[in-house]
Structure formats: structure tokens, C-alpha cells
Design a protein around this ligand. Structure first.
Ligand SMILES: NC(=O)c1ccc[n+]([C@@H]2O[C@H](COP(=O)([O-])OP(=O)(O)OC[C@H]3O[C@@H](n4cnc5c(N)ncnc54)[C@H](OP(=O)(O)O)[C@@H]3O)[C@@H](O)[C@H]2O)c1
Length: 351
């Protein structure tokens, strides 16, 4: 199969690319760069993050220069002939001004949809987020999108807007909605240490005097291997509509996260304060953009995904130790290991 992939230089996209290449598919990646050589150079760098020796995969991975904010994605001749398109590219910054976030997430997705339509590609998988649910509570289903919700940030808002473009495109697209994505459950490997890693590292370093969270809030986290498995399964299927790639009922509560972190870092529990109150010390002020994700009373429903894809994520507490082992090994992002090396190390540590 030949797959056109956006966002291959990003966290989720590179794990998807790894799976496609490992099973023998061909990947054509849209990469932002000044010229073709630089684009291929960027993609080769990503292959080096995935494999100590990426040479067996080089022939299957080609880059084309493009940008989702450019007319026709910056591709003179339109999309190359491919069997499927996976659109992972987005800005995941929470604090981007609305119009900047829209230019990438909304208009970028509109251009992808137009390109897929013109090229008559049979399969289109759009990567959205479970947080299109915004600031709602209760259950949020795979059949729901616009329920009059408000949003924590421009990221959530623009991902909701982009999802609507795909859902109403008539292309029969599959929409994958992961929740908070962390490293691989098998090895802990991750090239980025944001959202969940940030407060954990701050707690480890004693930066949190007080934590403004709701104890019973659920923090829905999924490992990137589960997310990539789901996306690749969607490439192979023809079902349209939304697939929540989430922990759902199994999502950890803040209480459980705090217990896991206290045990791991051998620290006493932090003082927990009302999220609406001022406080949290230097740590909380610095990580303010992430804190709204620790006071949610929301369960993402994933019954359709479990039924149609037959997959289910591991429980966070079962791979939390693996994530933290890798975070320590990688010095919380100061150094990195290739994905296959991280897997080998995890295997040998377990045996
Ligand atoms: N990470 C999570 O926890 C999470 C959770 C739920 C959903 N998602 C979704 O998963 C997808 C991938 O997220 P991620 O975590 O992998 O993000 P990421 O690591 O920040 O990667 C973003 C990717 O998008 C590319 N990109 C950004 N702007 C672009 C543009 N104008 N034209 C072309 N490419 C552009 C980036 O390319 P450059 O390298 O050139 O910047 C990069 O490859 C997104 O759709 C996101 O909404 C992520």
C-alpha cells in the first residue's frame, strides 16, 4: 500500500510511519522544508529516531515539500497517486492565537480534503482529538461533535472546526480521536515530554507546593503504540465516522495518578487545592496551560472503536513504570534513544 502522510515529523505521525514501513507499505510524507533535499533530510532524521539503523526503511519513505497552509498544500501537481491519506499534521500548541491555529488546523484540513477529493483517493483518515469535547462533562460519544461546548484553548476549538470539515466532506473519511498521547506502553519511548510528563517532572523535582486538581477527575491517557495501531487499522478498513482512541472507563483518576507518582518518586502527597483557587506555586503557574486537563469530569465513549476495531488500550497503571523508566533514561527529553533501541532496553530490563 502507498500512503500519503502529513505530520510524519511529529510524535504521532512518526509512530504511524514506523508501523506502515515495518509492514512493508510505502510512505510519501508531506514535509515543511525549503527544498526537496531538505525535506528528505528532515524525514531521514525522523527515521534515525525510529531505528538505530534506518537503512532498511529508507527506500520506502520519501518526502515531498509542502505546507498545509499553502494553496494546494504547496504541491504543484496535486497529491501523488496513493491508496490512502493520513492527515496527522496540526498545531498542538494550546496558546496559539485563534487565527494562527485556524490557518493550520482548519484551513490546512480544508486543503487536505480538497486534495483528497481531486485525487479521488479511496481512503482518508483524519487525526482529530477526543478534546473536541471541550469543557463538557458526563459522557462524550463517538457520534457527538457539536453540543454547544466551550473550549479550554484555541487548539481544541480549531480541532473541532477541522473535524466538522472532514465529517461533512462526503469523502467517507475515518476520524481518529486520541485523548492524551504518551510514550509507547512497551518501551516508554517518546520523542516529546509535554502534557502529562510536564506535571510529573515538576512533581518529581519538588516544584509543586500545591496542586490545583480535582481528585475524582479522570485523566484520559493512551500510549502512542495504541493510537498508531488504531490509525493503521483505520487505513485498512472502509468504515467512516469517528473512532475514539481513548482509555474511556479505564482512565485513571487524579487520585490514582498522584498515588502512582508519590510511590515512583518517593515523595509525600502534594497539598491538593480547588482548581478554581489561585495557587499551586511556581510549578502550577508555569504549567497553567496543562492544568485544565486535571479537573475534568468526562468519560469518552469508545464502544464503537472497541466493537469495530476490536482493540483496547492497556491500563495506565500497568505501563506507568515503563514510561517513567524511559523518561529517566532519556533525562526527560535532554537525550533520546531510537525507538527500537528503547524497545530492546525495555525487553532486556524485563528479562
Ligand atoms: N500528542 C497528543 O497528545 C495528541 C492527542 C490527541 C490528538 N493528537 C493529534 O495528533 C496529531 C499529531 O499530533 P502530534 O502530537 O504528533 O503533534 P506534533 O508532534 O506537534 O507534530 C505536528 C506535525 O504537524 C506538522 N505540521 C505542523 N504545521 C504544519 C504545516 N503548516 N504544514 C505541514 N505540516 C505541519 C509538523 O511538522 P513540523 O515538523 O514541520 O513542525 C509535525 O510533523 C494532531 O492532529 C493532533 O491534534 C495529538
Amino acid at each position: 500500500m502507498k500512503v500519503f502522510l502529513t505530520g510524519a515529523t511529529g510524535f504521532v505521525g512518526m509512530e504511524v510511519m514506523a508501523r506502515l514501513l515495518e509492514r512493508g507499505d510505502e510512505v510519501v510524507a508531506l514535509v515543511r522544508a525549503p527544498d526537496a533535499q531538505a525535506a528528505q533530510g528532515r524525514l531521514d532524521e525522523v527515521l534515525g529516531k525510529l531505528w538505530k539503523d534506518p537503512s532498511p526503511y529508507r527506500a520506502g519513505a520519501s518526502a515531498i515539500v509542502g505546507d498545509v497552509t499553502s494553496e494546494r498544500l504547496g504541491l504543484d501537481g496535486g497529491l501523488p497517486e496513493v491508496d490512502a491519506v493520513v492527515h496527522c499534521a496540526a498545531s498542538i500548541e494550546f496558546s496559539l492565537p485563534l487565527e494562527e491555529a485556524r490557518a493550520i488546523n482548519v484551513e490546512g484540513t480544508r486543503r487536505m480534503v480538497e486534495a483528497v477529493r481531486s485525487a479521488r483517493v479511496k481512503r482518508f483518515v483524519h487525526v482529530s482529538t477526543a478534546y473536541v469535547a471541550g469543557q463538557t462533562s458526563g459522557r462524550f460519544g463517538e457520534d457527538q461533535l457539536d453540543i454547544g461546548q466551550t473550549f479550554r484553548n484555541t487548539y481544541e476549538q480549531t480541532k473541532r472546526e477541522s473535524e466538522e470539515i472532514v465529517a461533512t466532506s462526503g469523502l467517507g473519511a475515518a476520524i481518529a480521536r486520541p485523548s492524551i498521547v504518551v510514550g509507547e506502553s512497551t518501551s516508554g519511548w517518546t520523542p516529546v515530554f509535554n502534557v502529562l510528563y510536564w506535571p510529573l517532572n515538576a512533581f518529581k523535582r519538588g516544584l509543586f507546593d500545591e496542586v490545583p486538581v480535582l481528585l475524582e477527575a479522570r485523566v484520559d491517557v493512551v500510549p502512542v503504540d495504541y493510537v498508531a495501531d488504531g490509525i493503521v487499522a483505520l487505513v485498512d478498513r472502509s468504515d467512516e465516522g469517528v473512532f475514539n482512541l481513548v482509555a474511556s472507563e479505564q482512565a485513571s483518576t487524579v487520585t490514582e495518578l498522584v498515588e502512582l507518582a508519590c510511590r515512583r518518586f518517593d515523595r509525600p502527597p502534594p497539598k491538593l487545592i480547588d482548581p478554581a483557587a489561585e495557587g499551586g506555586g511556581a510549578g502550577a503557574k508555569h504549567g497553567a496551560v496543562y492544568l485544565p486537563y486535571f479537573d475534568m469530569e468526562l468519560v469518552f465513549d469508545d464502544s464503537r472503536t472497541r466493537e469495530l476495531l476490536g482493540i483496547q488500550p492497556p491500563r495506565f497503571r500497568d505501563y506507568f513504570g515503563v514510561l517513567m523508566d524511559y523518561a529517566d533514561l532519556a533525562k526527560w527529553g535532554k537525550r533520546g534513544f531510537a525507538r527500537d533501541e528503547a524497545n530492546e532496553r525495555a525487553l532486556s530490563a524485563a528479562s
